[in-house]
Structures are given as C-alpha cells and as structure tokens.
Design a protein around this ligand. Sequence first.
Ligand code: ASP
Length: 595
Amino acid sequence: MAEWQRTHTCGDLTEAHIGQTATLNGWVLINRNFGNQIFVDVRDRYGLTQVVFEGDDADLYAAGDKLRREHCVSVIGVVRRRVKGKERTDIPTGQVELKATKLEVLNAAPPLPFSVTEFPDEELANEDLRLQYRYLDLRRRSLQNVLILRHKLNTVIREYMVAHQFLEIETPLLGKSTPEGARDYLVPSRVYNGEFYALPQSPQLYKQLMMVAGYDRYYQIARCLRDEDLRADRQPEFTQLDVEMSFVEQDDVIRIMEGLTADIFKQCLGVTIPTPLPRIGYADALLRYGSDKPDLRFGLEIQDIGDIAAESDFTVFKSVLAAGGVVRGINAKGAAATFSNSALKPGGELPKVVETYKAKGLAWMKFEGDKFTGSIEKFFPDAVKAKLKERLDVQPGDLVMFVADKESVAADSLGALRVYLGNKLGLIDPAKKTFAFAWVVDFPMFGYDEEEKRWVANHHPFTAPRDEDLASLETDPGKVRAKAYDLVCNGYEVGGGSIRIHRQDVQSRVFAMLGMAADDAKARFGFLLDALNSGAPPHGGIALGLDRWAMILSGTTNIRDVIAFPKNKQARDLMTGAPAVVEPRQLKDLGIKLG
Ligand code: ASP
C-alpha cells in the first residue's frame, strides 16, 4: 500500500480511534484559517472529517493554508477529541478531528464554477451550469444520497426477484420498433443503408417471447427510450423494472408486485406499506378523482351532480346535460374563506386551473351561515339546494365548485382543480412522507382517436381483452375492458402492465381493430404471430418506472435528481454536448444526406 493510500474513509473516525494514526483520502469541502489553526473539512462518499493544521510544523501549516475547495488530498494525522463545545452531533465523526502530520495534494482544482457545499439556505447554481459540470454537481451530498438510495432500490429488487425464481435476462437495444405509444429513436444501419434499428421503447415483445421459450419468470432492469417531449418527470431514456410471468392471471402479478413494493419501502425507508393495496376501477378513478393516476393522499372527491343540476333553473348546466355532457362538483371543505369571490371570478385563481384543461368555466357557491351564496345560487330552488347539500356533504364554511362540460373535460379539469386544492389547502404534508398506493384496474381496451378517426390501444396492442368482452371486440370496441392494471402512488403512475394475448387469432383480431391490415400486421409482427402459434403459454407482466420510484423514495419532484447523467429539459447532455454533428464520412457510410 502506498503511503498516501487511506487507512480509513472520511466517515470512519470516532472516539474509538482517539490516539491512533490514520490516513484519509478525499476532497477539501471548505477550509477556515483561524490564525494559529487551519480547519479543513475533508469529504468522501462515506462522510466528512475535520482535519487541523497547527503552527508546530511551519511547512505543513503553509501547505494546509494553500488548500482550496475540491483539491483532492491525502492527509496523515493523529485522531484526537475536538475542543469542548466544537463537537458536531449531525455526523458520526463529529466528536473527533485529525491533527495533520503530513499532507499530499493528489490533485489540485481551479476555482469551481459553483459551490458543492450545500450549506443550509445556500442556493443552488443554475441547473444547466450544474449539468454542464455534472461530475462536480454529483459531489453534492444530497445527490450522492439519492444515487446511493437508488442503488439500494436496485439491490432490493434483485434480491426479491431472485428469491421469487425470476431470471435476469438481457434483451437487445438494437431491434425493431415496439409500439408503446411514443416516437422511436432510430439507429441507421451502415451495413444496410436506408434500413434502421429502433431503440426499444420497452423490451415488451422480447419478454413475451421469453415466455414462449419457456423461461417462465423473467426480469430485467431495462433502459427504455422514447422520443417524447420532456416533462418534469420524463427523460428520453429511462429505466424500468421489466417483469414477465407465465401461467398467471392478473392477481398473481399484482401479488408479486405488492410484495416487492412492501420490501422496497421497508428496506429503503423503514416504512411499512400495508398490503394488499387498494384497487380502484378506471371509471371510478376518473369519476371520483378526475384522473387514472389519482393522488390518494387526500379526499376532496369529485361527485356527479347531473341529476340534481337537471332540476335546477341554471341554463348553462341544463344545456350541457341536454348535449350529453356531465355536471360534476367538488366540495372544498372549509375553504369558503380561503378563496375570495374575485379568486373565483372568470380569469381568477381557481377558474384558471380548470380553463387550462379546456373547461369553459367554473361555477361555484359558498355555504355561509346557514345558506348558499354566490351568483348562481338563485337558480337552485330550496329542495334542489337541499339535495346538493346532502350529495356534497356541505357544511358552513364550505366552497362547492362545478364544471359542466363533456365528460373528459369535466374529469380532467376537476381532477386538476382537486390536486391544486390539495396543495393549496395543505392537505398534502410533504414532511409526513405519506405513500398512497393503489391499483387502477378495468381499463378500457381501446380509446377512440378523434383526429385519426380510429381506435387506438390504451396500453399496448398485446394486452388481452377480458374473456367476457372478447365477443364484442369488433361490434362494441368502446365497451371492451382490458386485463390491464396500473400501479399509482401519490399521483404518479409508477407501474403498468397487463395479461397478454397468447393466442394468434385474438392477436390478429386486435391488430385488425387497430386498423392494421393483415399483411401489414404480418410484416411488422409476423414473428410474434408465429410465436403465439407455437404453444405460447398464458402470460402477463408489468413494468415499474424506476426513475419515478427513486423520485418518490427520495422525495424529489425533479427526475434529473435521480439520474447520474440526465439530459436537460431540451433533451441535451450539456456535459458531453450530445446530440452533436458527426463527420461527413460517418454520414456517407450510413447513406445519409442531410437536407
Ligand atoms: N411494456 C409496458 C410498458 O413499458 C409494460 C408492460 O406491459 O409490461 O409500459
């Protein structure tokens, strides 16, 4: 071992080491010169130790004084107790310090573009700057903690999957397009100019083929790539725990994943997630929460009041109902005083929330003293008011709000209003670390794309319809329910999967329903159709979005915090400069001419 190499990490030294000689390797977090003493905090992944340089060795003292932030150093010294009153209780090494006897600067660093100290109240530098120097940003303790937690997440997953007989199997990155509803990233072939590989949107078809091949239980911590517009919780490449099982029904997949969920939260956070998790039907979720990924940390449920609205004299409600729309309401309990009448006026704080989701307006009434108030109150005869009061459980001080529109608009806009109110009224306490999991089940198999005038798969085209609905596949596609299930937590979709079609005839019918002609289906998915006709077992699976899991576990709302080298919001890697132009020769090899 070379003399400079560490005997301990920066997180090791405690009172038990007092009097011993130790060598530490790490980075200078900060240095403070007090005239006769220089204190240097040396940091590594494991912790932080205070090193002291004193005047008894003038050369060493001078060398200590030259240290600057983020110099990489080796320090040899003697462990001693800190001066009384200078102990730190927030770190394990806080009782001791290392009195330096030798210093070696392993590598110096120029002044940094930003600080990595993370003092309380210290503002972070601009994110693009931090992404440009990501290797420095990653030195921040909070980011290190997140990535360490993410490692723990992967470890717990692997242990659980192995204990349940799953095989970890890798699938190709260069393949053929698997439709998950997004745009593909394409890779041009040099050998076959004009032909392209598609990077996987998921390993979906490969994992199904592993079931056909008899591997029975498969998993992979898989990278998936989707060329979509980025959002706070979306990156062009992301990681899924991808799972597939043979000879299973929906309940079997759900049970395995509930066990894993409980294990992850117990081992990563020490939190107990009671299982079985609640299940909620898709239609019910849309009605009550206005979303198929409801945040169940708080109530504020949406109610249909169409039947009551029909008895009112309010023409806005009545004409929407006559046109086949719905009238739904939400009772913001105790919020009458929180929102002034001007916050409720068209263009005001709350109407703005629903207008973003295309609602034409927000009708409202307050219940003050013993009566409803507000401009639409006069359209509701007493008997109708009494029904409204009962349906929405209205008490003095409550604010009730309504959206009348077509069903999807009413659901989306009231769903957004519900979440807005949940935050605004303090119904979600981030400090409490509540994790409200649920399964959303009974999804419709297809949705109708108004623009393209055709049916589209709600999950992906390999999802099985419910057996009892199979007969109406062609005759009443809107009514067909899928054997699909999503796992949601705190308003995020954290997983989704389905039982798959395992019979060729059914798969062909579904392709046809999606507007794929038989020869087109054969050209794109002939290999799957052949495989399904080769003794394919009943099978199903799921994928969990691990980036979102890491976000929830670490309490961040920024997906870039849980990925070591993320792209920025404009899909650029600011550190390496990708995407970048390439040599003309490379384009020539690929047969590509830029237009
Ligand atoms: N492949 C699906 C997805 O990526 C998940 C699944 O059905 O297993 O969303």
